[in-house]
Design a protein. Structure first.
Length: 422
């Protein structure tokens, strides 16, 4: 299974009135693909990481020892640290020489950048709390810059690794999905996850539609409004056009199935704890906790993909999610339980943001105040709600699913904020 995370930067321009497609200048998104990595000498990967972190620690401490470099940008900081640690042309002697000889240039720079990033992170936290001490050791994954890998595809890669005595090229096999066509593969990293060796690969893909939310709304694009629930339906969605006309309704189910699997695993953890009288030490019941984590990730990706598939089918340009204040959200999440369907909404939100962007869809949030108190059909106050059947009834006798009523109000509120709707 491939899991993704995102970073993105975009450039935009004004769209042509009335058009949805290609309403902005093309931009791009960067997602990280996780592939299983297999090789004959996995211990060399760990030896390489140990060496990498020792170099990173050297530059971490070197930067923290020179206060005059703290306000510089990362690239300028790297140049100054290299002048201080690497012999230069014309016989320049560094003031703080790197303790290791003949370290590959791009390996050293990757480690130096890691040390710089860690030092800047420390300085940021130190400014808020002076009691924070320096890190004694760093434990970062090795990023392989160009020159440290070759023969790279979705099925194989050859890495330059440190054996402890010498540098050598090691052929590795990869397993996972193929990379997207016309995608640009960026510097990969080797990450040790539990008992697996993984290759994390940032993949850059172009996006043809980077118009802003306001541009899309002005063009009359369709929106998909979503309300998350703690029932069998993970979420309820309604598609509206630019005038507020309802186009389609969708329930994404599977909440009971997810809760059942989680409950079974939690029961196993409880039995294990009771059997040992709570005297466990070390990584207790690790396989069960990892199973819960992977189960949550699986359902999060599955529901997200289903939502996006529906959005693409309905020609949606904007996905609207409800936003709650922090205290209310915390109390609701606590009441729903850590492994309930509603708690999974946090993960779905995270996945939706970058996955939707790859499909040219923007995800926004609209404050949910008042969406559950009035009837979406007539505006009358909701006077009765049956939590067992999930039905609500207004003062005028209109009856509907309470989550469907809320998501319809969310859509109307969104369109009103952007000056659209009936």
């Amino acid at each position: 299974m491939i899991f993704l995370c995102k970073k993105r930067r975009t450039k935009m321009k004004e769209p042509e009135t009335g058009k949805k497609e290609n309403t902005g200048k093309s931009g791009y998104s960067i997602t990280t693909w996780r592939l299983h990595l297999w090789c004959r000498h996995p211990e060399w990967l760990r030896t390489t990481q140990e060496f990498y972190n020792r170099i990173a620690e050297f530059y971490y401490n070197l930067l923290l020892d020179h206060t005059d470099l703290w306000e510089m940008g990362s690239q300028q900081t790297l140049r100054e640290l290299e002048i201080m640690s690497i012999p230069g042309r014309g016989g320049r002697i560094p003031s703080d020489p790197l303790p290791w000889q003949k370290v590959p240039l791009y390996f050293r720079r990757a480690a130096a950048n890691e040390g710089i990033a860690s030092a800047k992170s420390y300085l940021s936290h130190f400014a808020q709390d002076e009691k924070i001490g320096r890190a004694e050791k760093l434990n970062a994954a090795v990023t392989y810059y160009k020159g440290m890998y070759q023969d790279f595809s979705a099925k194989k890669i050859t890495l330059r690794v440190w054996t402890g005595d010498t540098w050598t090229w090691m052929h590795c096999r990869l397993s996972g999905r193929d990379f997207p066509e016309n995608a640009r593969l960026m510097s990969p990293s080797v990450v040790f996850e539990y008992k697996y060796d993984m290759l994390h690969v940032p993949v850059r893909q172009n996006n043809e539609n980077t118009a802003t939310v306001r541009q899309r709304m002005q063009a009359g694009c369709r929106i998909l409004c979503i309300q998350f629930t703690n029932s069998d339906a993970f979420a309820v969605g309604v598609v509206l056009d630019g005038t507020g006309q309802e186009i389609a309704v969708k329930f994404w189910k599977g909440g009971k199935e997810y809760s059942h699997h989680c409950r079974k695993l939690l029961e196993k953890i409880q039995k294990s704890q009771e059997a040992t009288g709570g005297r466990q030490t070390g990584r207790v019941d690790q396989k069960y906790w990892m199973h819960l984590k992977h189960l949550s990730e699986h359902y999060g990706h599955q529901v997200t993909s289903q939502i996006l598939r529906f959005a693409v089918e309905q020609d949606v340009s904007v996905i609207v999610l409800p936003r709650y204040n922090q205290e209310y959200s915390r109390n609701v999440m606590k009441g729903s339980g850590n492994w309930g369907p509603l708690h999974l909404s946090t993960r779905i939100r995270q996945y939706l943001d970058y996955k939707a962007w790859k499909n040219g869809i923007i995800v926004i949030e609209v404050h949910a105040t008042g969406i559950s108190t009035n009837c979406a059909r007539c505006g009358a106050e909701i006077i009765r709600t049956d939590t067992r059947t999930e039905l609500c009834c207004c003062a005028n006798g209109h009856q509907t699913n309470r989550y469907l009523n809320a998501v319809r109000n969310l859509g109307k509120k969104c369109l009103t904020q952007f000056g659209r709707g009936a």
